[in-house]
Design a protein around this ligand. Structure first.
Ligand code: GDP
Ligand code: IMO
Ligand code: MG
Length: 431
């Protein structure tokens, strides 16, 4: 059975966790394919709130198998903490597995991340300091430590020794920082290896087997398109292929295993960290949206920068990801506004453009169409027909511009605060 992919279309935090959890109900597998614990995916069910960083957002359903795929980078300490947290909240994590080929984030990666950011000064990226970039650098440099290496005492000892020696030279000589001590890190991590060993699988064979047994597989993206290492707002990006192309390389499957590419977009935009943001709005309105949308990072708690919906960026994202259906989240957050702006062009050095520039800079600014607000709470609505007229106009405007159908509209953080816009299509895809 061809599989479905959930992908963020903006700068992350679109509500992928909420939507993955919702769609996981009818899935046999939920699999992460890239990124690491830089993610923060929130799930809200009645009075319970879960924030997942590495564990796939299918974990709340005890029958769903969750795999942290080969393309993900895993911080064992953070993963173990997350599992313990979930267990303490009554969630059964026995079906959460780790791919053998996934790379391990070590303490020196987190320190390097921090020191590199400090060295960049006002050019810093605003990373999460979770060591994601340096882990992928070691992977690409062919010196990384994989999950299977962590399980082999001899190999782990050798690889760790190499890295501690090398990183200590960098820490002391380049950054004038303290060195790390091999033995304590080695001892700590072999304990983690013991805790994790039962969860380690050959994800590539497991996923292929599941596919051939017609299992329903949902791939959960982390971060989002505009943070993609190749196609995002470089260098203000993360270090993995966040786009749907990353699924194939991230889990070892061919493209023809994939069928539906479900793009998640907020009804507006947010960004954490630095970098260009053409539709970013002035401080007052920024505060209104941040407050109503509770726009604070799920991983770092940093306030998110807020802006209007950017259709130029969204069209670019849909194009690269091959999105065939959209999910629109956080529409309820716009409910109080008199006028809602929507960006349809950019102004770039006095030129008007209608594409997403490869070298997008802070100076690029949005040009807007003003749409009337609906000034009415919609967070309790479940049927599309019951939405206010102006709200439907806003939705229609997006669909027409992108020439794509919005399948689902999220109007609140809780699992059931949704409007399935096209029910027959939705149930055809997800049951
Ligand atoms: P992710 O990284 O894409 O999974 O998104 P995050 O979980 O980091 O951020 C999304 C935030 O918005 C979380 O706090 C969610 O609980 C919340 N959320 C998701 N959908 C909605 C929605 O439709 N309305 C509102 N008000 N909040 C939502
Ligand atoms: P989810 O999965 C929002 C941002 C950081 C920074 C840049 C690089 O919750 O949507 P990194 O630590 O990855 O090297 O930081 O990417 N970033 C995210 N922003 N949501 C995320 O994940 C993010 N993961 C990384 O803020 O700007
Ligand atoms: Mg998030």
């Amino acid at each position: 059975m061809p599989s479905n992919v959930i992908v963020g279309l903006q700068w992350g935090d679109e509500g992928k966790g909420k939507i993955t959890d919702l769609l996981a109900k009818n899935s046999d597998y939920v699999i992460r394919y890239q990124g690491g614990n830089n993610s923060g995916h929130s799930i809200h069910i009645k009075n319970s709130y879960f924030v997942l960083h590495l564990v796939p957002s299918g974990v709340i359903y005890s029958g769903v198998k969750c795999i942290v795929g080969p393309g993900v980078v895993i911080d064992p300490k953070s993963f173990i903490q997350e599992i313990q947290n979930l267990e303490s909240m009554g969630i059964n994590t026995s079906k959460v597995f780790l791919a053998k080929r996934a790379h391990i984030t070590m303490p020196y990666h987190c320190l390097l991340d921090q020191y590199q950011e400090e060295a960049l000064g006002d050019k810093s990226i605003g990373t999460t300091h979770k060591g994601i970039g340096p882990t992928y650098v070691d992977k690409i440099n062919r010196t990384g430590i994989r999950v299977l290496d962590l399980l082999n005492l001899e190999v782990f000892h050798k690889k760790l020794k190499y890295h501690i020696d090398l990183k200590n030279k960098i820490f002391t000589k380049i950054f004038q920082k303290k060195p790390l001590f091999f033995q304590s890190i080695y001892e700590e991590y072999i304990e983690y290896a013991k805790i994790l060993s039962d969860r380690v699988v050959d994800a590539v064979y497991e996923i292929h087997e599941a596919f051939h047994h017609k299992k329903k597989i949902l791939f959960e993206g982390a971060q989002a398109m505009l943070l993609d290492i190749n196609y995002g707002t470089y260098p203000y990006v993360t270090t993995s292929s966040t786009s749907t192309g990353g699924v194939c390389t991230g889990v070892g499957i061919p493209p023809n295993f994939l069928k539906n590419f479900i793009g998640i977009t907020k009804a507006y935009c947010t960004r954490v960290g630095f970098g260009p943001f053409p539709t970013e709005i002035g401080s007052e309105m920024n505060d209104v949206i941040r407050k109503k949308g509770n726009e604070y990072g799920a991983t770092t708690k940093r306030p998110r920068r807020c802006g209007w919906l950017d259709l130029i960026a969204l069209k670019y994202s849909c194009m690269i990801n091959g999105v065939n259906y959209l999910v629109l989240t956080k529409l309820d957050v716009l409910s109080e506004l008199e006028i809602i702006k929507i960006c349809v062009k950019y102004k770039c050095n006095d030129k008007i453009i209608q594409y997403f520039p490869a070298n997008i800079k802070q100076e690029v600014k949005g040009i807007y169409v003003d749409l009337p607000g609906w000034k009415q709470d919609i967070s309790h609505i479940h049927e599309y027909e019951d939405l206010p007229k102006n709200c439907k106009k806003y939705i229609k405007f997006i669909e027409v511009y992108l020439n794509l159908e919005i399948l689902l509209i999220s109007v609140g953080s809780e699992r059931n605060q949704n409007i399935i816009k096209n029910k027959s299509l939705f149930f055809k895809i997800f049951t």
